[in-house]
Design a protein around this ligand. Structure first.
Ligand code: ZN
Length: 238
């Protein structure tokens, strides 16, 4: 198993780890990872690794077998040998933009109260697909409400519940296409706001900003019809 350092602290940019294995595709399986692996619509982190005898660019990270993370080198040659201690550094500016956009999409799923069928997070824009058979009635109203929620400066935190408790509260699951992140019988919930002032609470394994004030103003982009029952809503940083 890989220790998922980004899950406990999304603001961690660097860490020491060991090389556990090389994958057949030229990837580096590590015992602990600051790099978020591509999943749930959020792309894997890029960055660099350094060790005594070398350094290399990491293009992205992906999930490996079991609960593992594999770093994918930009050039699949000269990998650090098994057992090597490496220092990981992620490209923080890119990751922080992904965290801002990811948190924005949670709030978009609050403003548009329809089941989410898919989504994608980018550094400049993000989108969610909603199970919706008619177009958004008022785009500017959605944009305004979303900006108001962001400006509430909500704290963002995570907590764990048992899979049994989640099964008893199916309303918590808004995203139909992504299975809740599970591990050892527990599910991680991400809360935006606190107590009675909670704007959103849903299972998520991604990385989020610690307060919505880090997001800044956004605007709605393209609205597209994707199939009979699907509406795609794009968000951009203003
Ligand atoms: Zn999330």
């Amino acid at each position: 198993m890989t220790k998922l350092l980004f899950r406990d602290d999304a603001y961690l940019r660097t860490a020491l780890s060991s090389v556990i294995a090389h994958t057949g595709e030229g990837g580096i399986l590590v015992d602990a990872s600051v790099f978020y692996p591509t999943s749930g619509g959020q792309p894997g982190d890029s960055g660099t690794i350094k060790w005594d005898a070398g350094e290399m660019e990491i293009a992205t990270a992906v999930k490996g077998p079991g609960e593992t993370v594999v770093l994918v080198p930009a050039e699949p040659a000269g990998l650090p040998p098994l057992g090597t201690q490496i220092t990981q550094n992620i490209h923080w500016d890119r990751r922080h933009r992904l965290m801002r956009m990811h948190t924005t999409l949670h709030l978009l799923s609050v403003v548009i109260d329809r089941p989410v069928t898919g989504g994608a997070i980018g550094t400049d824009r993000g989108r969610l697909d909603f199970d919706m058979d008619s177009p958004l009635e008022d785009k500017s109203e959605v944009e305004e409400t979303l900006n108001k929620l962001i400006a509430c400066n909500f704290p963002v935190s995570s907590e764990w519940i048992t899979e049994g408790d989640l099964a008893a509260q199916p309303d918590l699951v808004k995203t139909m296409s992504v299975a809740p992140p599970k591990g050892a019988g527990r599910v991680r919930l991400v809360r935006i706001g606190e107590g009675e002032n909670t704007a959103d609470l849903q299972p998520c394994g991604g990385t989020h900003v610690i307060n919505t004030d880090e997001i800044g103003p956004i605007k709605l982009g393209k609205l597209e019809k994707k199939g009979r029952q699907n509406r795609r809503v794009q968000v951009l940083f203003a």
